[in-house]
Design a protein around this ligand. Structure first.
Ligand SMILES: Nc1nc2c(ncn2[C@@H]2O[C@H](COP(=O)(O)OP(=O)(O)OP(=O)(O)O)[C@@H](O)[C@H]2O)c(=O)[nH]1
Ligand SMILES: [Mg+2]
Length: 313
């Protein structure tokens, strides 16, 4: 199962404690400083499942700095911890509201700096305090409570009512092998496919009320937010194709009105089920709301080639 949301606690490592020690024969303090705690980073990965590990483990901390030792020997800085999240993940600091977005491949973001190491008693010595007996303990690393939300980054998003033929199109156009069946809600998680380096996302079916939680609800609407072009599928054998179209537009708009500003190509799917005259009526009726219409069938290679051409242009 694709996990696309997680809440975790993260922190940089604690600074290592300084050392309190003395040279032999009363020649003063020789305790070394503690090392810095490790920093905690997030790196983007192409692995869509990368958030799954945060379903079980909820707390991550970089390693603590090494303690200082005698003879003024400083402790080592601790190793950094690099966590991963899929490209398209937004990380929101739940305390400050800061948002960090992993939108690029292999992007590295510093989230928490490690704490500085404590001073050993050698470095604490000064003219007023020549022989400090104590060292400093080091400081804790920065910590954050993060909400991770994956919003798929794809060039195109297939959107529509259940059964509209979205997954069939994904399979016909790309290398994907999404499950296809003649019942609603076959697709329960988004699928991705690639054609000539362009990514198409197949978003699970939406129904009236999805933005308010009906059907699979609004869980997947967020995946449309980072997709620049919507491929809106409406089935040609529907009894009310304009109604189907408007239902989806309403849900998109209620979730986030910015989704309605995106470029939209309307795909009248399963065109083999309707005769030419019927198809031209459907195009005419949808043409009142969107001029960018293509008629496709997974059984009609020419229609798929035309669609591909338009997508890759
Ligand atoms: N005749 C015909 N049937 C199609 C075509 N495309 C899809 N179908 C059928 O329509 C049904 C639904 O197809 P899917 O691709 O699973 O539809 P979906 O939109 O992904 O559905 P959900 O995942 O439930 O939202 C399946 O039985 C497909 O075989 C087509 O071009 N022509
Ligand atoms: Mg499907």
């Amino acid at each position: 199962m694709l996990i696309d949301e997680a809440i975790i606690a993260v922190s940089g490592g604690h600074g290592g404690p300084g050392k309190a020690s003395f040279f032999k024969k009363g020649r003063g303090p020789d305790g070394g400083n503690g090392g810095k705690g490790g920093d905690l980073y997030f790196r983007s990965t192409s692995d869509l499942m990368a958030l799954n590990r945060y379903a079980s483990k909820k707390s991550f901390s970089a390693a603590d700095g090494e303690a200082g030792s005698s003879n003024k020997k400083a402790g080592q800085k601790a190793a950094d911890l690099i966590l991963t999240a899929p490209v398209g993940t937004d990380l929101v600091d739940l305390d400050t509201g800061e948002v960090f977005s992993l939108n690029l491949p292999n992007q590295l973001i510093l989230l928490c700096t490690g704490g500085v190491g404590g001073l050993g008693n050698a470095d604490r010595a000064n003219s007023r305090m020549t022989t400090p007996l104590k060292a400093q303990p080091g400081l804790p690393g920065q910590n954050r409570h993060l909400k991770l939300t994956l919003k798929l980054i794809a060039d195109f998003g297939l959107v529509g009512l259940p059964n509209a033929g979205k997954s069939s199109l994904l399979n016909a156009l790309t290398n994907a092998s999404a499950k296809v069946a003649d019942y609603p809600f076959t697709t329960l998680e988004p699928n991705l496919g690639v054609v000539d380096g362009r990514v198409i996302a197949d978003i699970p079916g939406l129904i009236e009320g999805a933005s308010g939680g009906k059907g699979l609800g609004d869980r997947f609407l967020k995946h449309i937010e980072k997709v620049p072009v919507i491929l809106h599928c409406v089935a040609s054998d529907s009894r009310d194709i304009l109604g189907d179209y408007q239902t989806i537009r309403n849900e998109l708009g209620q979730y986030n009105s910015a989704l309605l500003e995106k470029k939209e190509i309307v795909l009248i799917t399963k065109s083999d089920l309707v005769d030419k005259k019927g198809l031209s009526q459907l195009s005419k009726s949808l043409g009142k709301v969107n001029k960018n219409i293509l008629v496709v069938s997974v059984l009609d290679d020419q229609s798929l080639a035309d669609l591909k051409k338009q997508l890759l242009a």
